[in-house]
Write a protein that binds this ligand. Structure first.
Ligand code: AMP
Ligand code: ZN
Length: 488
């Protein structure tokens, strides 16, 4: 399998350090608001990578952190440096007048709901930054002892001039940074590009005492180095994130970790291109984002959103549109219809043609995925199989159909869009049905009719049966899935 390594800027053959066990660290969400679907583009990529390695028989140890300390994030490239600027968690807490701990807890739970709805496999661990403060203090102490960090006014800074490899990942070497200097010079810093390992601010909402100050909190980069190495060891196979993480976040992680351990930190760095809206990065600060919930409210489900976000190659920008979601809905429908069709095959057999088609499709799927996770190519192989088996018409025997079905389900171990999950039925739909029941009981037929129209506008019709009300896609309309009984 080949993966494009940001560090070497080329596709390289992927070989895990320990045969068959792959250790992966994913930069996770900052939980001061709902994650948007741009974030989930990256997390879905993480999931596909993990699932494909598992498909190939590897054991994957996956860690995704939860950034619940109030850091500013390096959203956009407004700041060259990762530790200046306002603190978004703090700002949001003030905005909502909630305790930041509660806020982080609330949005962590929301993140987990969305994570499940998009069918992501749970990592081995979701470490929270706030639960690793002593480990972080330990690492800062080690970096000071080794001469890579220094203390000024109770704050600890990393001296990037001491780390010769600085800039290897992003191209931002100290020399280039000096040439293009865009940051304000701070008197505290030895070079203006040194970054904070540990800060101090009595006004900061989350703070911990440390050997250097009373009102301290860690720099954002530090937490990922600490949690990655704690759960995965000093040298890990793969580290991922969105492309905005390359600099300074990941560059600084390398500087900290390698200075601390004296060994290489990460062997393969993978970065996902941004999800765009009208050609611009979807971002919290621009406000041009959709959350998973926004799309549920428009009647789309987790599989459809997942499909739309995963269907372009991760190293290409993807422009998000609602038409894209409609395409996803149709694509999933085609896959599920095919699975349903296979259940009905009663032919006398095609003389091995189905087997040959299956072998060819499996080979093409794997060739595409082995080539830096070329998902579009892999999906192409799946849809060609659907088309070719459909063309064999009534000849396909039950045994052949079973073979095709087994392969489709194996593909779905990676894609995770074909199986239907009752739990993920839109909450809003259920609620509307309940409201309609109430209205009918109260003989408020105007409301009951309005709700029926509400479904019709979304492409569904309602069917009242003795067991309850079901919704089903109108014939030829866009709705998705089978007829469903409420509460199933
Ligand atoms: P954050 O919650 O801002 O720390 O971001 C979580 C993850 O989402 C990071 O890996 C980011 O690089 C990634 N990310 C942020 N915006 C986008 C976007 N528009 N498209 C893809 N990934 C993104
Ligand atoms: Zn990170």
């Amino acid at each position: 399998m080949h993966l494009f390594n940001t560090l070497t800027r080329k596709k390289e053959e992927f070989k895990p350090l320990h045969k068959q066990v792959v250790r992966i660290y994913n930069c996770g969400p900052t939980v001061y608001t709902y994650a948007h679907i741009g974030n989930f583009r990256t997390f879905i990529f993480d999931d596909i990578l993990r699932r494909y390695l598992e498909y190939k028989g590897c054991e994957v140890k996956q860690v995704m952190n939860i950034t619940d300390v109030g850091h500013m994030t390096l959203d956009d490239d407004e700041h060259l440096e990762g530790d200046t600027g306002e603190d978004k968690l703090e700002r949001q807490a003030v905005l909502e007048k909630k305790d930041p701990w509660q806020l982080a807890k609330f949005y962590t739970a929301a993140f987990m709901d969305d994570f499940k709805a998009l069918r992501l496999r749970e990592p081995m661990v979701f470490p929270r930054a706030t639960e690793h403060i002593p480990d972080m203090i330990e690492m800062v102490r080690g970096l000071i002892d080794k001469g890579y960090a220094y203390v000024v006014d109770g704050e600890v800074l990393y001296d990037i001039s001491r780390f010769p490899g600085y800039g290897r990942l992003s191209g931002n070497t100290l020399k280039d940074l000096k040439a293009g200097a865009r940051v304000a010079v701070s008197e505290k810093k030895r070079t203006p590009f040194d970054f904070h390992l540990w800060k101090n601010d009595p006004r900061h909402i989350m703070q911990w005492p440390s050997p250097w100050n009373e009102h301290g909190f860690p720099g954002w980069h530090l937490e990922c180095s600490v949690m990655a190495m704690k759960y995965l060891g000093d040298m890990i196979d793969i580290h991922t994130g969105g492309e905005d993480n390359i600099f300074p976040h990941h560059e600084n992680e390398i500087a900290q970790s390698e200075a601390f351990t004296g060994t290489e930190y990460v062997r393969y760095w993978l970065h996902v291109r941004h999800l765009l809206v009208n050609g611009e990065k979807m971002s919290k600060s621009k406000g041009n984002f959709h959350t998973v919930r926004d799309l549920f409210a428009k009647g789309y489900d987790g599989a459809e959103i997942r499909y739309a976000l995963m269907s372009a190659h991760y190293r290409q920008n993807l422009n998000f549109t609602l038409e894209g979601l409609e395409d996803s809905r149709r694509a999933i429908r085609r896959l599920r219809d095919f699975l349903a069709h296979l259940e009905t095959c009663r032919g006398g057999g095609t003389g091995g043609r189905v087997s040959r088609l299956c072998d060819g499709a499996a080979r093409k799927f794997e060739e595409a995925m082995d080539d830096d996770l070329n998902i579009a190519g892999a999906l192409g192989a799946v849809f060609n199989l659907v088309r070719d088996v459909n063309r064999l018409g009534g000849d396909v025997s039950p045994e052949e159909a079973a073979e095709a079905k087994a392969l489709m389900l194996r593909f779905d171990d990676v894609l995770a869009v074909m199986h239907e999950e009752r739990e993920e039925l839109s909450q809003e739909f259920k609620q509307k049905i309940e409201e309609r029941e109430e209205a009918r009981k109260a003989k408020d037929f105007a409301t009951a009719d309005a709700i029926r129209r509400w479904f019709a506008e979304r492409g569904y019709e309602l069917e009242d049966t003795p067991e309850g009300t079901r919704w089903k896609p109108k014939q030829g309309a866009k709705g998705g899935g089978d007829s469903r009984k409420v509460g199933e």
